[in-house]
Design a protein around this ligand. Structure first.
Ligand SMILES: [Zn+2]
Length: 290
């Protein structure tokens, strides 16, 4: 899956003996052609003797027998070069799950395009030996969507609907509908406002009981809902990216301590999607599709 350039190959020599032992077992795969003239791949470390491989396996299995949660070799992982193919594959899966959570058009190709940046973000001023558990990212945002919802009618008795107002040329003050959602503090709000004709300042008002509002004949409610939803989804995507980095760092830190676990399933990593956003604003609308 991943290939490294020849100049980086020496760093592989630093990988633990166990990892070398594993790669020794995969030697036949190294010769595979993957669209490049270079035969060097991740974990294509120098061959180790059968004896070394056996010793490494013995250490691992002995540690597993004792229930050691970190049975592998302890090592410092400071960049993507320190990850094995399997570990890189895990990072790729996590990033793909992160993208799929909010992007309906997510593809392996898109994940491929961003995986290098993801790995760089993981190791940005961080290594597997950085002190302390990295704090879990918190979901915190405020989004707002606003659309034109109608007009204030100056002659309600003469204008039965908004088209009369528009044709008259006198009913020019627009009514805006603004919806906002905030996670912390939790809040879902819908406000109506209009610009004061004298000061130009926007002021909110209660539409109940007012006879002078002519509502727009457009799908303004739907537009408002879609705009709010799409802004929420883009915030969730941002949160998911931080969460993916956090999840990856937890895993890499454990690998550095000798863990051989691949962590939780991608589906259990807490990535939030469109459905979560729809549920959150269901109180405002009945959630009937988009
Ligand atoms: Zn009017």
């Amino acid at each position: 899956m991943a290939r490294i350039n020849p100049p980086r190959a020496p760093s592989i020599a630093n990988s633990p003996r166990l990892s070398r032992a594993r790669s020794a077992q995969r030697q036949p795969h190294i010769k595979r052609q993957r669209g490049s003239s270079s035969p060097i791949y991740v974990s294509s470390a120098p061959r180790v003797s059968a004896e070394d491989a056996r010793d490494a396996r013995k250490r691992l299995f002995d540690a597993l027998e004792k229930g050691d949660p970190f049975p592998g070799m302890r090592r410092r992982i400071s960049c993507a070069d320190g990850l094995s193919e399997v570990q890189l594959g895990r990072c790729f899966e996590m990033l793909h799950a992160c993208g799929r959570a909010t992007d309906l058009g997510a593809t392996l190709e898109k994940t491929r395009q961003s995986i290098d940046g993801f790995l760089e973000a993981i190791f940005n001023e961080w290594t597997s030996e950085s002190l302390g558990d990295p704090p879990r990212p918190e979901l915190e945002f405020l989004v707002e969507a606003e659309v034109v919802a109608g007009r204030i009618c100056l002659t309600p008795d003469k204008h039965p609907d908004i088209s009369s107002c528009c044709a008259s040329g006198i009913c020019k003050v627009e009514v805006s509908a603004a919806a906002s959602y905030s996670c912390s503090p939790a809040m879902l709000k819908l406000e109506f406002s209009m610009a004061d004709p004298f000061t130009g300042w926007s002021e909110t008002f209660c539409p109940l009981g007012r006879r002078d509002i002519r509502w727009a004949a457009t799908d303004w409610e739907k537009n408002l809902r879609q705009t709010l939803l799409s802004k929420m989804v883009s915030q969730l995507h941002k949160f998911n990216k931080y969460l993916a980095i956090w999840q990856a760092r937890k895993l890499v830190a454990a690998w550095g301590r000798g863990s051989v676990s691949m962590g939780s399933e991608a589906a259990d990593m807490g990535f939030l999607g469109r459905d979560a956003a729809k549920v959150a604003i269901m109180a405002l609308w009945n959630g009937d599709g988009e």
